[in-house]
Design a protein around this ligand. Structure first.
Ligand code: TMP
Length: 265
């Protein structure tokens, strides 16, 4: 458990304490806390960085869109993005990683491509957006790398964590929603969705993986959540999208008070 994973409340006064170790500190913010309280007041509100994780078919994308809509209605500025694919470079990497054009990607090469996508995404989009006070909802982040490349493919977790101690990769989410689902159900949903999109049912590198692979991913996610209960919230992904959305709104109402009562009935 490391201090840089502590939750930063959105209205945490920036001048109220030392920067949290490992959290990138906006240079403007650092300077402001020493000089001009008015500038400090104007720059102290960073957006919240909330990530969504889960196995294939867990419904992340639907739930992120619904949450973004609720936040928007509550007057909270919000940006939705995803990994891989949240930057122009990332979109190219996504199609290389998931498009099936390259039949076999070495696990270490795969890891480094996901990490390259993340570095560019953080630098180009996530950090500048948070710095303006806009919240960022991100479909997958570092925990996906730990779960898929680490727990499921068997690459060294320490290596993956070490890569993420250097800027811009040292950003940590304020909150992570883990949509938990039985992998058998998740794969069935993902394959049905592919069918509806007119794709081959096993389109995508990961839909083709055996059930045992997806079980390792799920167990990896649960182990990560167990290790950082202050950051993770586990949400049962079964049930109607309305039910799941209400559970998520409830678990985020401390970060976003405007969500109180939204979807809650
Ligand atoms: P999705 O976000 O559309 O579900 O697809 C992204 C796929 O990429 C998914 O199968 C999980 C996988 N992935 C990794 O293996 N490692 C990572 O670091 C990330 C972000 C995604």
């Amino acid at each position: 458990m490391s201090s840089h994973d502590d939750i930063l409340e959105p209205d945490d006064p920036a001048g109220g304490g030392a920067p949290v170790a490992g959290e990138p500190v906006e240079p403007a913010l650092r300077a402001a806390s020493q000089v001009d309280p008015r500038l400090l007041a104007a720059t102290r509100r960073q957006g919240c960085f909330v990530t969504f994780e889960g196995i294939e078919g867990s419904g992340k994308t639907t739930q992120i869109a619904r949450l973004a809509e609720c936040l928007d209605e509550a007057g909270e500025p919000v940006l939705v993005t995803r990994e891989p694919g949240g930057s122009p470079l990332g979109r190219r990497l996504r199609s290389l990683l998931l498009g099936g054009e390259i039949a076999r990607i070495d696990p270490m090469a795969e890891l480094l491509l996901y990490v390259a996508d993340r570095a560019q995404h953080l630098r180009d989009l996530v950090e500048p957006t948070l710095a303006t006070g806009t919240h960022v909802l991100c479909d997958r982040f570092l925990d996906a790398t730990l779960a898929y490349q680490g727990f499921a493919r068997g690459l060294d977790l320490t290596l993956i964590r070490t890569l993420h101690t250097t800027p811009p990769l040292d950003r940590r989410p304020h909150r992570t929603i883990l949509l938990d689902l039985d992998p058998e159900l998740g794969l069935e949903r993902a394959r049905r969705r592919n069918g509806e999109l007119g794709l081959d049912a096993t389109e995508g590198r990961f839909e083709r993986e055996a059930l045992a692979f997806h079980r390792r991913v799920r167990d990896g996610y649960l182990a990560l959540a167990d290790a950082e209960p202050f950051r993770f919230r586990i949400v049962a992904a079964e049930g109607s999208p309305d039910d799941v959305a209400a559970r998520i709104a409830d678990l985020l109402s401390d970060l976003f008070p405007g969500l109180d009562g939204e979807d809650g009935s």
